[in-house]
Design a protein around this ligand. Structure first.
Ligand code: SAM
Ligand code: SF4
Length: 337
């Protein structure tokens, strides 16, 4: 075959499509220029709480044998770190219920990540803090919807307030980077906003107020619990000025210092969507990669080669919405919140 002939060019093109000559996968960038840097890894669906807006009392969780193994979580995460992901957060369900939680954290601690974090209800956190101190997992997002023990128990349907509070205070003392997530629930905990602001000030812990999203239980219950972040901001401003804190472009929250020294943030997913700058992908406990919390469809990364994972990631990226989708019946604990 002569150099430069049609057959030659076609042959070269077909070679380019083989694993050998294809350029090594690098970043995950979508058609809108959004670069994927953050991965939420759900470790399981199960939870020991039943927050009424998240999970029904009677619920069928994915069987343990269907969950990604430690090795699979590690392999997929490592591969995606190779594509530019530099922040990983473990979530669920309740990640601390995984029997092999420590193994997973130890494995992921070997990866070159800027941040390794955990989202947890903190019921089982305190006894893990000493262990976690020796790992690279030092960002703890702890869900706490009430500072009132009885109300906490009514929201979570479990009796866990004191155990959770003890873990929060200990984690803060041990210099973990603790953030509290409080979902704003009209008529349930909205009267506690100033208590949370005081708690932030007194304990030097950032508190983030989340708008309840139209997902799963919160979508189907239709019980008027939604409150906008703006409503709360106006309320606070009547009492004290809010000083904006500069945030990263892809941050889900916008933050303020209060004049009294509290550090607060708002995740206004419903009213002020951050989809346009989103840099997150989500891996379900069964190994499905999703482009968004609001997307039911995902692609399985189980038992796939690095090349295949890259291709699948890019297929998933095509599904990533640029604007907020209206709502989804699928529960958040199944996707990984
Ligand atoms: N069990 C862990 C926890 O509660 O932190 C991790 C999983 S949970 C699904 C993650 C976060 O999602 C929690 O802060 C929870 O309050 C929040 N969440 C659940 N359903 C929500 C909804 N419909 N809208 C907004 N936040 C929600
Ligand atoms: Fe469990 Fe977290 Fe859902 Fe509450 S929000 S039921 S702690 S998964």
């Amino acid at each position: 075959m002569k150099i430069g002939t049609l057959e030659n060019i076609q042959h070269a093109k077909s070679l380019l499509n083989t694993t050998l000559l294809r350029p090594k996968p690098s970043s995950l960038i979508d058609d809108y220029g959004r670069c994927m840097k953050k991965l939420r890894v759900s470790l399981l669906e199960a939870c020991n709480f039943r927050c009424f807006y998240c999970m029904p009392e009677e619920v069928q969780f994915l069987k343990n044998k269907n969950l990604l193994s430690v090795e699979e979580v590690y392999k997929i995460t490592k591969t995606m770190v190779g594509f530019g992901v530099d922040e990983v957060r473990l979530t669920g369900g309740e990640p601390l219920l995984r029997k092999d939680f420590k193994e997973i954290v130890l494995k992921l601690s070997t990866l070159p990540l800027k941040k390794l974090g955990l989202t947890t209800n903190a019921f089982y956190l305190e006894k893990e803090l000493e262990f976690l101190k020796f790992t690279r997992l030092n960002h703890l997002n702890i869900s706490l919807d009430s500072l009132d023990a009885n109300k906490f128990n009514r929201i979570t349907k479990r009796n866990g307030f004191h155990q959770v509070m003890s873990a929060i205070l200990k984690a803060q003392k041990m210099n973990f980077r603790v953030k509290l997530n409080m979902v704003l629930l009209r008529g349930v905990n909205d009267s506690e906003v100033f208590d949370f602001i005081n708690f932030s000030k007194e304990n030097n812990i950032e508190v983030r107020f989340l708008e309840v999203m139209k997902i799963g239980q919160a979508y189907t219950q239709n019980n008027n619990i939604y409150m906008s972040a703006q409503e709360i901001i106006e309320l606070i401003k009547q009492k004290e000025p809010l000083i904006p804190v500069p945030m990263a472009k892809d941050s889900t929250s916008f933050n303020f210092r209060t004049s009294s020294g509290a550090s607060i943030g708002f995740i206004a997913s419903e009213s002020q969507s951050f989809c346009g700058a989103c840099s997150r992908l989500r891996l379900s406990s069964e190994g499905f990669l999703r482009a968004c919390l609001m997307k039911e469809d995902g692609l399985s990364l189980r038992n796939k080669s690095e090349e295949e994972i890259y291709e699948l990631c890019n297929k998933v990226l095509k599904l990533k919405p640029i604007e907020r989708l209206y709502g989804i019946k699928q529960d958040m604990y199944k996707i990984g919140g």
